[in-house]
Ligand binder design. Structure first.
Ligand code: ZN
Length: 102
């Protein structure tokens, strides 16, 4: 947790609490939005919300930033977060090739 907090503070794209928020909001939006909508947003064909960062939920941007966090963490924290992200991807219906960097 302390390690996650350090990553969130040091990376200017993140803010303290980002990981927890992104996971909770992600799980909520995965249940509210269709997989097609999210995949379209992922391809840049549609924008979810108003497009202003930090205003509406941004499952694609958040998911990309979760990858940033997981890569900055050391094991076992990275392993733990990767499992949470995998669960989120499963909720969205993302296949492994959607975020190959994972
Ligand atoms: Zn908005």
């Amino acid at each position: 947790m302390a390690q996650t907090r350090r990553v969130e503070v040091l990376d200017p794209r993140l803010h303290p609490g980002f990981t927890r928020e992104a996971l909770c909001l992600g799980e909520w939006s995965a249940r509210s939005l269709s997989t097609w909508t999210v995949l379209d947003a992922l391809r840049g064909h549609t924008v979810i919300g108003c497009g202003v960062r930090g205003c509406c939920i941004d499952p694609v941007g958040d998911r990309e930033l979760l990858s940033v966090v997981v890569h900055a963490l050391r094991r076992p924290q990275a392993h733990e977060l990767r499992a949470r992200i995998k669960r989120l991807d499963d909720l969205y219906g993302f296949t492994d090739d959607v975020f190959p960097s994972m």
